[in-house]
Ligand binder design. Structure first.
Ligand code: G3P
Ligand code: CA
Length: 351
């Protein structure tokens, strides 16, 4: 971890103060100086000057200068998204945070799944052929197996790995608690309240469930577990505002902004960014928004917001030679603080 100049100076000052204090105490109590102890003190001061200081990642890249790697749905380029296998691999590949998209089962349990439906990433059609219903989504009506129609016990009967590769056959949809248990102490958590308005419309308050789960795990306060910082993200400003204002959530919140739809016009003006700052610490824009307007990084920073674009994946690198090059451009040329990637092992540490 790299220290900023001012952090280096203050750590050095602390070392000197410690040295002076200790030396003063010694002179009061001892007539001769113990050379061994002096050496230890001098070494301590030198260490304060040169050794890296571990800052909790949730303080943000803007403060520490360190770029933050968020594993998108785990190491989802290499293992089935939102499985414990994908989370473990992300940690092994050096993720600072592991992302979980959250959905809610019929019996009110938070589970890690990107879609509101089960058919893309599980064998639900085989196991429960008669449990689909006609639902209009993304402009088309089709047979859907909604997460909200299934109990946790039923969802646990599904295979969430075989669609990705035979070697992952038998992987399960994890509860958020299971994800926390795997990630805790090894990386940060980056949960997303997914479609909170849909669940809210059915009388289920996702924000309250999220907060209750964090409380149960004693992770609901910033710095509660320095090895497991938590940042909460959502495309729904209302969801974040509810957490910040009604539920008095103190954890950092990040507003995701899609390159589709009207939200981007609302939030990306100077006024909009100022508004975001009232309930969030940062924005998570689609990377296309930064490509279209690279000044957004500076404008967001000037508004006091961090910038964490999504999603960087080797399968969609556009004009870049590699996903590593693409991430490098966004991190070091555009100056974003963090990013979401399916390929944690390609994250360019350093310049
Ligand atoms: O949460 C960041 C990024 O994951 C947003 O897109 O659709 O993958 O949740 P999505
Ligand atoms: Ca997400």
């Amino acid at each position: 971890m790299i220290l900023t100049a001012s952090e280096t100076r203050s750590e050095f000052r602390l070392g000197i103060i410690f040295w002076r204090h200790t030396y003063h105490m010694q002179s009061l109590t001892q007539t001769s100086v113990n050379n061994k102890r002096r050496l230890v003190i001098i070494l301590f001061s030198a260490l304060c000057l040169f050794a890296p200081v571990v800052l909790p990642a949730h303080r943000g890249a803007a403060e520490s200068g360190r770029k933050i790697l968020v594993a998108h749905r785990g190491a989802s380029a290499y293992a089935p998204e939102h499985t414990l296998e994908a989370y473990r691999l992300a940690i092994a590949q050096g993720a600072d945070y592991v992302e979980q998209d959250l959905q809610i089962t019929r019996d009110g349990v938070l589970v890690c799944l990107h879609d509101l439906t089960l058919e893309r990433t599980t064998n639900v059609e085989e196991v429960f052929p008669d449990r689909a219903r006609d639902v209009m989504m993304n402009g088309t009506t089709g047979r859907r197996w909604m997460v909200a129609d299934f109990t946790l016990e039923e969802i646990k009967r599904l295979d969430a790995g075989a669609w990705f590769g035979e070697e992952y056959k038998g992987a399960k949809v994890p509860t958020w608690q299971e994800a926390i248990d795997v990630v805790r102490g090894r990386a940060g958590l980056y949960p997303e309240t997914k479609a909170p308005e849909v669940y809210g419309g059915a009388g289920v308050e996702m924000e309250k469930l999220v907060l209750a789960e964090l409380r149960k795990n004693r992770l609901d306060q910033p710095g509660a577990d320095p090895k497991t910082p938590v940042i909460i993200q959502s495309f729904s400003a209302a969801s974040l505002q509810k957490m910040a204002r009604e539920l008095k959530m103190k954890l950092p919140l990040v507003l995701l902004i899609s390159d589709q739809g009207k939200e981007r016009e609302r939030w990306l003006t100077a006024e909009g960014l100022k508004e975001v700052k009232k309930f969030a610490v940062g924005i998570g824009p689609a990377k296309q928004l930064l490509d279209a307007d690279p000044t957004l990084v500076k404008r967001a920073h000037d508004a006091g917001l961090t910038v964490t674009p999504y999603t960087f994946r080797a399968s969609a690198i556009g004009r870049f030679k590699s996903v590593r090059d693409e991430m490098s451009y966004y991190l070091h040329t555009l100056g974003v603080d963090a990013l979401f990637t399916d390929n944690p092992d390609q994250f360019p540490r350093g310049k």
